[in-house]
Ligand binder design. Structure first.
Ligand SMILES: [Zn+2]
Length: 335
């Protein structure tokens, strides 16, 4: 049994920089036609020069793979309309982080005041630049995303022409919000379709499944699955694959992030097949993103076959999701 996916896209990816970038870019570059690359480096990507040089480093690390990095800027409250106009040809979106909510988000927005930031959001609406948002407050960890819903509503209603992407949604509340406003869209990760908080801390602590936003309840996972499996046009696959070396994960002060890039398509095929929805995977991993972001990726085709394989315990110094476990689908060919 085989499955061919046309131009798979990962619309939320952390490729890091330096040695890590060189080691891990290939996993996405081999199996995806493109990816939306997050800008939370140290320092973050906030100008065109650093964006273009980062893009070049990504392309170098991707080697001769047919892979397009769709670049993003790290939202700053002092961006001007003039700057955004100059940036527009080089970017697919701008990513907004509330200050301090996740890895390298320092320097993010202190307070998302839609009035104070109106000029930027209006310019982005005019220029048709989507706004990607890490939607969490600094509140209680299980409620952060739900609490952020108020800000999503303010953004959606104040700027109806602005395309807003709720990144890596994890709650039933977010799935409801998404349906309420025409200009809200969302990415969903693989891990939030598969795990709940029980998998992270219900038994022995699993640092490799610790991520932000933290995995939630069973009913939340069900709500996410319903959207993804039914090819809801407002959701796209975004792995949020976020590698950290073993010493940063298996330690006191474990860094947040799940490394799923090398197994993402295999595990998605297994999940969609389990629910008899394999034919909807194409929409989730490509078509919806193409429509929403108006992308024309290369015609790369990835064929998977139903063949068991054991996921390695680590790739270089990074432990992937499903390490040492058996997956039922394997990537067979890439053209
Ligand atoms: Zn992320």
């Amino acid at each position: 049994m085989e499955l061919t996916l046309n131009s798979p896209l990962d619309m939320h990816l952390h490729l890091r920089d330096g040695e890590m970038l060189k080691n891990i870019a290939k996993f996405s570059a081999q199996e995806f036609a493109g990816a939306l690359v997050m800008p939370n480096l140290v320092p973050p990507i906030t100008n065109i020069e650093s964006l273009l040089s980062y893009k070049k480093r990504i392309l170098d690390a991707a080697n001769d793979n047919d892979f397009k990095p769709y670049m993003t800027l790290f939202f700053k409250s002092d961006y001007t309309a003039d700057f955004l106009e100059k940036a527009k040809p080089h970017i697919a979106a701008i990513k907004l982080y509330p200050n301090g909510v996740t890895t390298n988000s320092e320097g993010g927005v202190e307070q998302i005041d839609t009035k104070k930031l109106a000029l930027i959001f209006e310019a982005m609406s005019e220029l048709d630049i989507p706004l990607c948002v890490h939607g969490e407050t600094n509140g209680f960890v299980m409620d952060r995303e739900k609490e952020f819903g108020v800000i999503y509503e303010q953004l959606a209603t104040s700027f109806p022409k602005l395309t807003i992407i709720m990144e890596h949604i994890t709650t039933q509340a977010s799935t409801e919000l998404l349906e309420r406003y025409e200009n809200l869209y969302a990415t969903i990760t693989l891990h939030h379709l598969l795990i709940t908080l029980d998998d992270v801390v219900g038994g022995l602590l699993n640092p490799h499944l610790f991520c932000k936003p933290i995995a939630k309840r069973y009913e939340d996972r069900e709500a996410l699955l319903k959207l993804a499996l039914n090819a809801n046009k407002k959701v796209m696959f975004g792995s949020d694959s976020a590698p950290h070396t073993i010493d940063k994960k298996e330690c006191c002060g474990c860094a947040a992030g799940v490394f799923s890039a090398p197994i993402a398509l295999s595990a998605l095929a297994e999940l969609f097949e389990k629910h008899n929805k394999l034919t909807n995977l194409q929409a989730f991993v490509s078509n919806n993103a193409k429509n929403m972001y108006k992308l024309t990726p290369s015609k790369k085709k990835i064929t998977l076959e139903k063949k068991e394989w054991i996921v390695p315990s680590s790739y270089d110094d990074v432990v992937p999701m499903f390490a040492n476990q058996t997956l039922k689908w394997k990537v067979k060919s890439k053209i």
